[in-house]
Design a protein around this ligand. Sequence first.
Ligand code: UDP
Length: 317
Amino acid sequence: MRILITGAAGFLGSHLAERLLLEGHEIIGVDNFSSGQRRNIELLSEWPRFHFLEADASRPLDIAGPLDWVMHFASPASPPRYLKLPLETLLVNAEGTRHLLDLAVAKGARFFLASTSEVYGDPLVHPQPEGYWGNVNPVGPRAIYDEAKRYAETLTTAYQQARGVSTRIIRIFNTYGPRMDPQDGRVVTNFIVQALKGQPLTIFGDGCQTRSFQYVDDLIEGIRRLMEVEYHQPVNLGNPEEYTMLELAQLVQELVGSRLPFVHQPLPQDDPRQRRPDITRAKTLLGWEPRVPVREGLARTIAYFRELLYTSPEVSS
Ligand code: UDP
């Protein structure tokens, strides 16, 4: 197949591109490096079937030749990153999704949207099934991401219904693994980099808020399975193993083998108190469930960052 992936320099886009290249497909990767990393494109460029287009995915793209899939993974995704790029985040998920859906129509391609568990906001239902409509503050700081992804889901659904595009929507819960940007400000990268550098671990608020962490290979497997099924409703992809941030900090310390103090910093506004996916739909539809336990996934991720800090100490300075 010939597949367009926006956000190919990003953490998820680059893993997805690699998986599809390994299967023998041809990939056109798009990124403008607003939050993606050049080293991810350098890795992918070793494949002759990978082509890179440096472009902003919020604007129409001029792609020659046929396409089987348009997969939209471009967006700043960590809270500090999207807070720094508010309008870009809104545009790539709103205008970008529209242009990419038009491209899918023009090429007769299928369309795949990377949505997010953030559509559930600060959820009042726990765990979160796809049928839960969410609790999002439309004018809060996170709205630039949450509402843009919600709109992207609406737009995708409208193109499926009005234009007959074969669409897929996944809601991605917190995902971690090698190739995350060490400076993206997420909790997993912050804790690992802090622990490896012997710095105190920064706990926001009291640390009792929860997240559920999925290893990247599990996510990519879920995506791959959904591509094979004609199903247009959103599908949660996440690992239901739920941790408080204090528990996560302790686990990272233990795996790194260091005992460092915790420093508490203010909880960001509208930070969700809890998050855990109900994955019944993915299990039933795709026969999918996460296989990598958090301990093992974190150990692999720590090994990656240890190597990265050793070979390129400037990346986390
Ligand atoms: N967090 C933390 N310390 C950090 C970074 C984040 O305690 O150094 C908390 C953050 O407030 C949130 C959780 O960890 O409650 C997950 O944050 P992240 O930015 O990874 O992703 P989110 O799930 O909020 O999008």
